[in-house]
Design a protein around this ligand. Sequence first.
Ligand code: PMP
Length: 442
Amino acid sequence: QITEPTSQQIIDENRDYTLFSWSVQNAANPVHLKRAEGVYFWDGDDNRWLDFSSQLINMNVGHQHPKVLNAIKKQVDELCFAGPSFATEPRGTLGKKLAEVTGLAKSFFTLGGSEANENAIKIARLYTGRNKIITRYRSYHGATMGSMTASGDPRRWPVEPGMPGVVRAFDPYCYRCPFGQKVESCHRECVSHIEEIIRMEGPDNIAAILVEGITGSNGLLIPPDDYYPKLRALCDRYGILLIDDEVMSGFGRTGMWLATQHYGIKPDIVTAAKGLTSGYMPLGTVIVSAPIAEYFETHMLYGGLTYSGHPVSCAAANANLAVYEEESIFENVETQGAYLTHRLNSIEQRFACVGDVRSIGLFSVIELVKDKVTREPLAPFNGTSPEMGKLAAYLKSQHLYAFTRFNMLWVCPPLIITQEQLGNGLDIIEEGLRIVDATLAS
Ligand code: PMP
């Protein structure tokens, strides 16, 4: 007789045979995912968790959406196989849709975001004949060798020297401006110093500037309105490509297809993943402009991936993007995003430990400090603190699945969330912040 494994046995088997990412194996503490629906998932003990961390996989249209599931099932029955050099209906439909929503021309499909950035860098180098890539210190671009080197944050340290040719610049981090400026009176030194870097590195050596549309996993850095127009002009002045990594900020999270569309500019290359399929299937893409696409009409694109543009992944993406339009997802992001901003502003006013809140659409972060005046972070960069540990443990005890890292707490729910569900999660967060305030005051 076959008996079902217990939840603990499932967790133990996962721990025994999986190398967990971003974790010391001893500290890995996975939640047993049993089922999911909408904005919730359930663990092995039947606890219902509210998902406030959907930016990790971008479960944008919610868990187990019937239209996406049906499209996947239909495609599985019809055709599961396709090497990269075949033509399939789902890939054609998706490529056309991506060109339409980004204003770019052609897609090179990958399996995820890291591979997309890896290939975007390669395409930029092949197209320009130049080798250097400028990236920013607080951007994250993936965990493969090249994409990890291209990242600026400390996650790159262990793989260094990694991929040659990466030069880093500072970020538009207005709460902690690296140039000591105030946004109302600054001269956008966060852009002008990049021009100095270009001069010092030699403009003819620089293939691209690679940025996250809106920096996600290093704390929601939302640039001032004229940042991207100025960066675009800088790229044009020196014949440098602008690569926009929209893996986290794209496909609805900010209420638009691309975060940079809020700034009225068009990148030369866009990379995307997570939100493309709402996390239902592995898929990434490098979407390139018409001139770049044209170049590869007569020049070899050195590279290919066995599962590039797999029909089941493309079918999931087509259904997911159709749901965005059929169910007015962007409108919900705008409505709930306004409520979220309102609640976050009130949180900033009322809690001593909250130094700054930043949000755009349903993409937001709460930055915690020891002191509002000195802005001393509640945990060091690349570190943690007892207070942050206490906050994370409290949210977990209430079955709110929210991401914390360093001195920050992210609020990034599925894009279908209702005001009541959002309010319930924020109430739990307020209680957690009350505990932090009380700890700091004691
Ligand atoms: N770029 C950004 C901005 C990301 O947030 C991530 C994933 N967190 C990646 C790239 C890497 O994507 P993947 O995990 O699909 O390789």
